[in-house]
Design a protein around this ligand. Structure first.
Ligand code: SF4
Length: 202
């Protein structure tokens, strides 16, 4: 089956994941964030290319030596990569064993997607946005119970050192004290690595 993509970006260094990485960005996302930077992933005509797993592996194989020499690999983002869990698992079963896999996700997906890719993931970057359900709903258009359930699953089943939680300050939606509250709740769940930053509106 062909998977819709919005981009493949090569030779990324220190952006996410260790070593040299290639970002594979999927089309499609269950959320509708007000300040989404990747609006293409939400638009029906935003698809750049469609590839099956073998074609995707062929495409990114060009950097095999870089990945192996630097401890890098593939970062799956989007859009929401976990919506493509079947393709990611298939890809990981075919790729060279030395590659590292990073997933950039909102976790706003059914838990079966997360549980199926987890055995292959070396690092997670989780865009939690805000733990307050009302703030989350007003910013994304959806509730965050699924995200919280998936965070609990990760805290129970994964090494938390593999997980970085993104906590943005979102103009007009949350405040520094909302973010402090989110962080407190996440620390109580066992998470310890946070990336706190501000959205800058242009
Ligand atoms: S989760 Fe990410 S890709 Fe999806 S709408 Fe929000 S910012 Fe955009």
């Amino acid at each position: 089956m062909k998977t819709p993509l919005i981009a493949i970006c090569r030779h990324r260094l220190a952006t996410d994941g260790q070593g040299v990485t290639t970002l594979v960005a999927f089309h499609g996302c269950p959320l509708c964030c007000k300040y989404c930077l990747n609006k293409r992933c939400l638009m029906p005509d935003g698809i750049w290319k469609e590839m099956d797993v073998e074609e995707l592996l062929n495409e990114v194989m060009v950097d095999d030596l870089y990945f192996k020499a630097t401890g890098g690999g593939i970062t799956f983002g989007g859009g929401e990569p976990l919506l493509r869990s079947t393709e990611i698992v298939h890809f990981c079963q075919l790729m060279p064993a030395e590659w590292n896999i990073t997933i950039e996700t909102s976790l706003h997906v059914d838990s079966r997607h997360l549980e199926s890719v987890a055995p292959y993931v070396h690092q997670y970057i989780i865009d939690v946005k805000d733990m307050n359900p009302e703030i989350y709903r007003s910013y994304t258009g959806k509730g965050n119970q699924q995200v919280i359930d998936n965070l609990r699953w990760l805290a129970a089943h994964e090494d938390v050192q593999k997980i970085t939680i993104r906590l943005p300050l979102i103009p007009e939606y949350n405040t520094e004290s909302d973010r402090t509250e989110s962080r407190k709740q996440l620390e109580a769940m066992g998470f310890c690595k946070f990336d706190c930053f501000d959205y800058v509106l242009r």
